[in-house]
Design a protein around this ligand. Sequence first.
Ligand SMILES: *Cc1c(COP(=O)(O)O)cnc(C)c1O
Length: 347
Amino acid sequence: MTAEFVDLRSDTITQPTPGMREAMASAPVGDDVFGDDPTVNRLEQSTAELLGKEAALFVASGTMANQVALRCHTRPGDEMLLERKAHMYWYEAGAPAALSGVTCRLLSSDRGIFTPDTVIAALRPVDVHFPRSRLLAVEQTHNRGGGTVWTLDQINAVCEVARSRDLLLHLDGARLWNAAVATGVTEKEYAGGFDSVSVCFSKGLGAPVGSALVGSSSLIERARHVRKQLGGGMRQAGIIAAGALYALEHHRERLVEDHANARFLALGIADIPGLTTNPALVATNMVYFEVESQPAATMVERLRQKGVLVLATSPDTIRAVTSLAVGTESIERALELLREVAASSPG
Ligand SMILES: *Cc1c(COP(=O)(O)O)cnc(C)c1O
């Protein structure tokens, strides 16, 4: 999209910065399937260290990181417990069934955050009739929950109960970076209770491509094999890993700006007649709001015609996401146009 659009569809739309492009252009590379790419190796090592785990694997996308983890942790017929609107269930093209033969046990929650009691109630007894409850997945921040953040206590409580019932634990940390800057709890502390963690470099961190799966050396060894099976073994991948490394080193702290912009946007939206949102619930870089006067899809189209891009996530809900692609002036412009579109009826 061109510069005249205020693009609030996602934090995946960011463009690599000049410094990032330079780092990518000059990165030393090798054949990563042979383990020869020094930049990929550096990225994997830095990511593992940052998350306090033994090893990491660079993969093409967050979906690949999550699904490789799922494949490693389960066998066909197993059940995964996860929140009702979790990305792994909602937005990954049916991959748990298609790639791992795993069924999903969906947990109710308060905006993505569920409790130890909910986990206990969903567990299957060991019985010849039932699938084996094998894995609990937690999403931090929770995307469809509103970019919500688990506190460390909340996460540790569900990890503890899952662990005591012999479940394995996966953290979908596509936006774990956002949770860390929002709370001051480190990524490593959040990752502590989990067997595996996925993180994305291509969301708020602004790299063009890439995610990582992090865990024990033995898990990552198996994950490397599964990645190859899925066609995810890349050759001179250092070119893209360099963008991810640059993002890790330069773009984590600046996420506070995206959070401030999201709050500013939510406060503005809360003042627009016909639109409803609760700014107090905006914890990171996402703002969900309800539309009363017209279908959300209609409003999205009318906004597009004026130069603001957002996504309808239900018949009456719109999501707007802040990122390094949108400065505070762009948010002001988006608010102006939102006001205009909300005030007039669809033509
Ligand atoms: C974006 C996202 C992913 C990964 O998405 P890809 O587009 O496959 O990189 C995983 N989990 C959550 C919560 C996400 O928001």
